[in-house]
Design a protein around this ligand. Structure first.
Ligand SMILES: [Zn+2]
Length: 254
């Protein structure tokens, strides 16, 4: 009796093993890959926050380069990247852009003060050894005098913080339009949609604006985990035709 039971159990296990085995058939349809023909993405980070350095390896691992807009008056102070860290990012192929000396609203300063905020900031970054052609307006605030100053200080382009996506060539290279700020509750699918919707609407230039990279340190923050997932997705989409470039590289191509 024991023998029969053992045989029965053996058969049962064998049978269940059989039913669990995959049945050879036509291969499962692969998920339709999104094809990009006319979409360019730029990843931009404002302020030169110390936590931004944590994305360095994520960018290189996914063959991506970003633009870091630096407030040079804060560089090397607590909470901000050092000039050595900026140099590391730059040497990886990332772009270093200007973001004023002390992060003032450019519509609040005039004349020599305005000039100093923009020109001295750029001079500091050039002195660190960077080629600096891109600027971002703090808080996105600018008027005619601010824009004129940015041009006079030698900037080839300047980014705002709204009204994106942009088109290529942009209507106003000193008023580049960006997607809404990435904030702590911006989810990955929304960021992906910012890219795919541009392609679906005929193409264009999606400029992302990041600030902090951390878990809960700030309202204007993305966690490193979400950024890693987004970077991995962007990296993969490059083989589907998506172009990811720094702001300076996009403008050079014009
Ligand atoms: Zn800023």
């Amino acid at each position: 009796m024991k023998k029969i039971f053992t045989l029965f159990a053996f058969l049962l296990i064998g049978l269940s093993g059989c039913t669990a085995a995959p049945v050879p058939s036509t291969p499962a349809p692969t998920r339709q890959e999104f094809v990009f023909k006319n979409t360019v993405v730029s990843l931009t980070f404002d302020d030169g926050d110390a936590d931004n350095y944590s994305v360095r390896s994520v960018l290189t691992e996914n063959n991506l380069r970003a633009t870091f807009y630096v407030v040079s008056g804060f560089t090397n102070s607590s909470g901000y990247m050092t000039d050595d860290q900026l140099r590391d990012l730059y040497n990886d192929g990332n772009e270093i852009g200007g973001h004023t000396l002390s992060h003032v609203k450019l519509t609040d300063v005039r004349g020599d003060d305005l000039k100093r905020e923009v020109c001295q900031d750029r001079a500091n970054l050039v002195a660190y050894g960077f080629e600096v052609t891109s600027f971002a307006y703090p808080f996105g605030h600018y008027d005619d005098e601010a824009m004129r100053t940015v041009i006079d200080c030698g900037y080839g382009n300047a980014r705002g913080v709204s009204d994106g996506p942009e088109i290529i060539p942009p209507v106003n290279v000193h008023g580049l339009r960006a997607m809404p700020y990435i904030v702590s509750d911006t989810r990955l699918p929304k960021m992906q949609r910012y890219v795919t919707e541009v392609e679906n609407n005929g193409g264009g230039w999606t400029i992302f604006v990041f600030h902090h990279v951390c878990d809960g340190c700030d309202k204007y923050a993305i966690t490193l985990d979400v950024f890693m997932k987004f970077a991995q997705w962007l990296g993969e989409q490059q083989s589907n035709g998506l172009v990811v470039k720094t702001v300076g590289e996009v403008m050079e191509g014009q």
